[in-house]
Design a protein around this ligand. Structure first.
Ligand code: HEC
Length: 468
C-alpha cells in the first residue's frame, strides 16, 4: 500500500521468491553449513591416519562447495532480499525495524565467511602438511561462521512465522527468541549436516575406477556421518513440529498439496516419509556394507533430500498464511490492526500509488484493478499460477458470474478460506474488484497489457497519507 506494486502475472510473485529461496537453502545447508565441518573432519582424518588420498578427497569436495557457494549461493542469497523487497517491501520494512542490528551483523558474518572459505580453499595446498593443524583450525572457524549466518537468518524466518511475545513487548530480544527460533535451529542444524553428508556421498559417485578402495571407505564414513545425525534431526523436527501453533497446522493439507489436491495430503506426507526411509536405508547400507552398495545408489539420497527440503520450505512459507509476519502483517503487506480502519475509510484513500482515491462510474474497473493488485497479487495472478480467474471458475462455473455473488465472496473469503486475509477495503471497493474480475473474464486479451503494469504515481503528485 505504501509502495509501488511489483507483479509478475504469469508465474506469480510467490514462485519467484520460492524458486530463488529453495535453491539458496539447498546450497546453504548442504554445501556451506553442513559441508564445512564435514570437509574439516575429512581433513582431520588425513592428519590422524596419514591418508593423503583422504586429503585430496576433502579438497575436491571443498572445491565444488567453494565454487557453488561463492557464486550461485551468494547470488541467490542477495537475490532473496531483492525479490522479497520487490514483492513485499512492507514486510521487509517491518523486519528491518525489528532486526536492524541483526541485518548489519549478518552482513559482517557473511563477509567473514566468504573471506574464511576463500582463505581455507586457497591455502589448502600452500600450507601443506607442515601447517595442517593451523589449517584445520581455520576449517573449524569457517564452520562456526557458516553456522552463524544460518543462525541469524533462522531468527528472522521463525519470527515471520510466530513473533510470540514481541507483539506485546516489541523488543529485539523478544523478536529473536520467538517461540519457534530454537526449535527451528535445532532442526535445521542436523538437517544441514545430513544434507552435506548426502551431497558428499553423491560426489563419491564420481571417483574413478582406480579409486574404488577410497570410494568404499568414503561411502562408509559419510554414511556413518548421515546415520549419526539422523536422531538429532528427528528430535529437532519433533520439537519444531510440537511448537508450531495449531492454526498453522490446520493449513498443512493445502500447504503440502494445494487446495485442489488437499485430499491427497496424507499420501503426499507418506511419500515424503518414504523418501526419508529410502535415504536412511541407503545410508545404513553404505555404513555397513559399502562395497555392496551399487554406485548409482550414491546419487539417489541427495536428489531425494532436495525434494524433501523443497517441500519443507514450501510448507513453512505457506502455513503462516494469511500472514507474512504471524498475526501482525498480512501477506498483502497490510497490518492486521489497520484492517478495521481501511474497511471503513477505504484502501484507495490510504494507498500511496494509485491513480485515483475515489471510485466513480467511469473508473470502477481501473480502481478494481488497482485494488486487486494491492489486495490479492502477493498470492494470486489473473491467469497464471494460482490464477484468480481459474479459482472463480471452479467456484461459479464457466457461465456468467453474478456480480453480487463475487462481491459477497470477497467480503467473506477469509472465513471460507482462513489462509486468505480479510478483504481490507470498503463494500464499494469490493464491488469495484468484482467489476474488474468480471471484466477481466469478459475480455482478458484487451486488459492483458494493463494488468501487469502495476506502478502508479500518487494522484496530482500529492503526498500519500500512508496507512496509519
Ligand atoms: C495470503 C495469500 C492470499 C491472498 C492475499 C489472497 N488469496 Fe485467494 N487464495 C490463496 C490461496 C493459497 C488459495 C488456494 C490456492 C490453491 O491451493 O488452489 C486461494 C484461493 C482463492 C479462491 C478460491 C477459493 C475457493 O474457495 O475455492 C478465490 C476465489 C480467491 N482466492 C480470490 C482471492 C481474491 C479476489 C483476493 C484478493 C481480494 C485473494 N484471493 C487474496 C491465497 C491468497
Amino acid at each position: 500500500m505504501d509502495f509501488p506494486i511489483f507483479h509478475l502475472d504469469f508465474a506469480g510473485n510467490r514462485l519467484l521468491i520460492a524458486g530463488i529461496a529453495v535453491l539458496h537453502v539447498a546450497i546453504n545447508h548442504a554445501l556451506a553449513v553442513g559441508a564445512m565441518p564435514l570437509v574439516t573432519m575429512m581433513e582431520l582424518h588425513d592428519l590422524r591416519h596419514g591418508r593423503p588420498d583422504w586429503d585430496r578427497l576433502a579438497y575436491r569436495t571443498l572445491a565444488v562447495c567453494f565454487i557453488i557457494t561463492t557464486s550461485v549461493g551468494a547470488l541467490t542469497g542477495v537475490g532473496i532480499w531483492f525479490a522479497t523487497s520487490l514483492v513485499n517491501p512492507a514486510a521487509i520494512g517491518s523486519l528491518i525495524r525489528v532486526f536492524f542490528g541483526a541485518w548489519f551483523a549478518e552482513w559482517i558474518v557473511f563477509c567473514l565467511e566468504v573471506v574464511a572459505i576463500t582463505t581455507y580453499f586457497l591455502t589448502w595446498k600452500r600450507m601443506g602438511h607442515r601447517h595442517k593443524r593451523a589449517h584445520i583450525a581455520l576449517g573449524i572457524g569457517l564452520s562456526l561462521l557458516s553456522w552463524l549466518t544460518m543462525a541469524v537468518i533462522v531468527a528472522i524466518l521463525s519470527f515471520m512465522m510466530e513473533p510470540g511475545s514481541w507483539t506485546s513487548q516489541r523488543s529485539f530480544i523478544s523478536g529473536v527468541f520467538n517461540p519457534l527460533y530454537l526449535p527451528q535451529l535445532a532442526f535445521r542444524t542436523p538437517v544441514a549436516m545430513l544434507a552435506a553428508g548426502l551431497f558428499a556421498l553423491g560426489l563419491a559417485f564420481f571417483l574413478t575406477r582406480s579409486e574404488r578402495g577410497l570410494r568404499a571407505e568414503a561411502v562408509r564414513l559419510l554414511s556413518l556421518w548421515v546415520v549419526a545425525w539422523t536422531p538429532l534431526a528427528l528430535a529437532g523436527g519433533w520439537w519444531y513440529r510440537a511448537r508450531v501453533p495449531a492454526w498453522m497446522l490446520a493449513n498443512m493439507p493445502v500447504a503440502l498439496a494445494t487446495q485442489a489436491y488437499q485430499g491427497w495430503y496424507r499420501d503426499i506426507a507418506v511419500a515424503l516419509a518414504a523418501m526419508g526411509a529410502v535415504v536412511l536405508a541407503v545410508a545404513a547400507w553404505g555404513a555397513f556394507v559399502p562395497r555392496r552398495l551399487p554406485r548409482a545408489a550414491l546419487l539417489v539420497p541427495f536428489c531425494l533430500v532436495l525434494v524433501m527440503l523443497g517441500s519443507f520450505e514450501r510448507v513453512r512459507e505457506f502455513i503462516r498464511k494469511p500472514f507474512v509476519i504471524g498475526s501482525y502483517l498480512y501477506a498483502n503487506g497490510i497490518r492486521a490492526d489497520a484492517v478495521p480502519l481501511l474497511q471503513e475509510e477505504g484502501v484507495l484513500a490510504h494507498a500511496a500509488y494509485v491513480s485515483s482515491r475515489t471510485i466513480t462510474p467511469a473508473n470502477r474497473e481501473e480502481a478494481g484493478r488497482e485494488l486487486f493488485l494491492i489486495c490479492c497479487t502477493r498470492c494470486h495472478t489473473t491467469s497464471g499460477v494460482n490464477s484468480v480467474l481459474a479459482k472463480l471458475t471452479n467456484l461459479y462455473g464457466a457461465g456468467p458470474w453474478d456480480r453480487d455473488v463475487v462481491k459477497g465472496y470477497l467480503r467473506t473469503m477469509h472465513t471460507v478460506r482462513p489462509y486468505m486475509p480479510p478483504f481490507p477495503g470498503t463494500e464499494e471497493e469490493a464491488g469495484a474488484v468484482a467489476d474488474y474480475l468480471l471484466a477481466l473474464r469478459r475480455m482478458p486479451a484487451e486488459l492483458d497489457g494493463a494488468q501487469t503494469a502495476g506502478v502508479r504515481v500518487p494522484p496530482d503528485g500529492a503526498p500519500a497519507p500512508g496507512s496509519r
